[in-house]
Structures are given as structure tokens and as C-alpha cells.
Design a protein around this ligand. Structure first.
Ligand code: UT7
Length: 309
């Protein structure tokens, strides 16, 4: 069995801060941020919570999916920015959706989290343990950003993305994740004394531009495919220069690497499902197309999954 996407949804708060707004808060400029990152705006929670964003994205994903909330038997939420530690975000989403038959849990693999959720759901569906899964990446990074630190506050935004997966007959497509805890210090968010994201930007940059192409090549090898067989590469949206460097290393035209980081910044585990949903709603995705999802982030962690639309 294989989990096929039958619905996608996303949600970002209306309120946003653009680069000029940030240049009033820290010593930076629109020019620096655009050149070094590609980010122009990031949407920031005012009234919403991680749960409310996850629920709004999920409702949109369920609409037209042919799956009713009570048909869901698995809900996985990837997040590390929930306002409450217990109950889990997934259980709160279950309650709001009325998905009483689902088993629910959260996972934290930072910016690679949606891939971990995808792979976990696929493993359950492949085993025949569940039939209909809802997987969500939902993050409120603005809560954990030090708004006085110009090296990080310019990067991040809030939002949620979701996908509904239905088990169908078929063989699982290649997917994997990797972790390197020994390098975890490069990207941290301690709970005390200050709960702020701290990052060695250049170290994470170098890690991403090395590991993502390696992951894509590993995936292609496992799938017995070449880049010519792939329609799109949906990468975690952290920095335009990372996406461009990955495209260059893979000798693949940048047009196959859709981006929306200019509008949302880095929304961690929400970035891949938000982008996937936008592509879906714009009619870019056609049945049978092959898409590689690839993510990287804190842990350190990274991975890639092959999706057939
Ligand atoms: O989700 C995964 C997690 N994160 C990432 O993927 C992020 C990966 N890293 C990056 O995207 C980049 O490393 C950054 C965008 C964070 C930084 O860009 P960079 O080109 O690596 O800049 P840098 O850290 O080497 O800093 C260059 C200069 C420094 O000044 P000096 O020492 O050369 O005088 C910084 O202090 O730019 C300065 N700088 C800034 N200047 C204006 C750092 N942040 C800013 C800023 N505005 N916002």
C-alpha cells in the first residue's frame, strides 16, 4: 500500500512584517535581507495559535479530499513551537475537527519535520495499520525569535500546511531521513534562561548545500531514476541562495525548484506543505508527476521523499 495525497491545505496569518518594518527594529536593510536570503515578507501570528493554524490548514486539506474527519485514523503534527506542551497539538486538532477515530501524536524534527511525518504516515499506511492520514506542519516561530537578533529575526515566519493521505494499492516510493546529533549545537532553542532560536548561520548554510543534493542523489539512486524523471523539487524554504546552490550542484534548472520564501520566510516544518498546497491550488501539479520533497534543519536532520502526484 502507498499513501497518495488526496487533499492539501495551508494557512498563514494575514499580518506580516516586511523588510522595511524589520529595519526599524534592528540594524538591517531591505537590500541586505533580499540579497542574502530572498525573503521580503514574513507573516506573523496575532490572534492565531499553532493549533488554530493547523486546524485551518487541515480543514482546507480535507475539503474536496473525499475524506471526512471521522474517516481519519491517523493525525501527525510536526511542530516545535506549540504554545502548550500538553495536550499534543495533534490531539487538539483532532478535537477541533471532530476526528474522533484518529490516533494522534506530535513529532519534532524541526525544519525536516514534515518529511518525518510523511515517512511515518507512509510506513503506517504501507503496513495496512491505517487507511487515511492527516499530516500537518504547523509553526509559530515568531514566538521563539529574538527580535533583537538581526541574524535570525529576519529569517522566520509563522504558518501551517497539511496533506491528507489515502492508502491505495501500490509499492512505497523511496524516502529516508538522516540525523547527526553530534552537530546539533549549530541550531538550538533552549528553554532556559532565554527561549530563543540561536543559529550558526554559515554552518547551517554549508550543511544544507552539501546534504540536500546528496539526499536527492541518494533518492534518485534508490528510485532508479535521473533528474530528467523529476518534475519538481520542493525544498524546505530557508534561503533562496540555498535553493539556488542545490539546483546548481544538481545541474538542474532553477525553474524546477518552486519557491515562496519571499512571501513567508522560513516557516520550518510548515514550509514544504504550504508550498505544495500553493502549487496544487495553482494547478501546477498533474496526476503521475514525480516530485521530490527535501528538507534540512536542526538536529541536525535532513531527508528526501519521492512523491507521485
Ligand atoms: O531552517 C534551517 C535553518 N536555517 C537556515 O537554513 C539558515 C542558513 N544560513 C543562512 O541562511 C545565512 O547564513 C544567513 C542568512 C543566516 C546569514 O547570511 P550570511 O551570508 O551567511 O551572512 P553572515 O552570517 O556571514 O554575516 C555577514 C555579515 C556580518 O557582518 P560582518 O561580520 O561581516 O561585519 C553580519 O554581522 O552580515 C552581518 N549581518 C547582517 N547585516 C545586515 C548579519 N545579519 C544581518 C542583517 N542585516 N540582518
Amino acid at each position: 500500500m502507498i499513501g497518495r495525497i488526496c487533499g492539501t491545505g495551508s494557512y498563514v496569518p494575514d499580518h506580516f512584517l516586511d523588510n522595511n518594518d524589520l529595519s526599524q527594529m534592528v540594524e538591517t536593510s531591505d537590500e541586505w535581507i533580499r540579497e542574502r536570503t530572498g525573503v521580503v515578507r514574513r507573516h506573523i501570528v496575532q490572534e492565531d495559535t499553532v493549533v488554530s493554524m493547523a486546524v485551518k490548514a487541515s480543514r482546507r486539506a480535507l475539503e474536496g479530499s473525499g475524506i471526512a474527519p471521522e474517516d481519519l485514523d491517523l493525525i501527525i503534527v510536526s511542530t516545535f513551537t506549540s504554545e502548550v506542551l500538553l495536550p499534543s497539538t495533534a490531539c487538539e486538532v483532532q478535537k477541533e475537527l471532530g476526528a474522533g477515530n484518529a490516533t494522534c501524536f506530535d513529532l519534532n524534527a524541526a525544519c525536516t519535520g514534515f518529511l518525518f511525518a510523511w515517512n511515518t504516515a507512509q510506513a503506517y499506511l504501507a503496513q495496512g495499520m491505517y487507511r487515511n492520514a492527516l499530516i500537518i506542519g504547523a509553526e509559530r516561530l515568531s514566538r521563539y525569535v529574538d527580535w533583537k537578533d538581526r541574524s535570525t529575526c529576519i529569517l522566520f515566519g509563522d504558518g501551517a500546511g497539511a496533506a491528507v493521505l489515502k492508502a491505495e494499492k501500490g509499492s512505497t516510493l523511496p524516502m529516508f531521513t538522516h540525523s547527526d546529533g553530534a552537530k546539533g549545537e549549530a541550531l538550538t532553542c533552549f528553554t532556559r534562561p532565554d527561549t530563543y532560536i540561536q543559529m550558526e548561520g554559515q554552518a547551517v548554510f554549508r550543511f544544507a548545500v552539501k546534504k540536500v543534493p546528496e539526499a536527492v542523489e541518494e533518492l534518485l539512486k534508490k528510485a532508479d531514476m535521473t533528474m530528467e524523471d523529476i518534475d519538481y523539487l520542493v525544498l524546505h524554504q530557508a534561503n533562496r541562495r540555498i535553493v539556488e546552490a542545490v539546483a546548481k550542484r544538481l545541474k538542474t534548472d532553477i525553474s524546477r525548484f518552486p519557491m515562496n520564501l519571499q512571501e513567508y520566510g522560513n516557516t520550518s516544518s510548515a514550509s514544504i506543505p504550504i508550498l505544495l498546497d500553493e502549487m496544487n491550488r495553482e494547478g501546477k501539479l498533474k496526476r503521475g508527476q514525480k516530485i521530490i520533497l527535501a528538507g534540512f534543519g536542526a538536529g541536525l536532520s535532513w531527508g528526501a521523499s519521492l512523491v507521485e502526484w
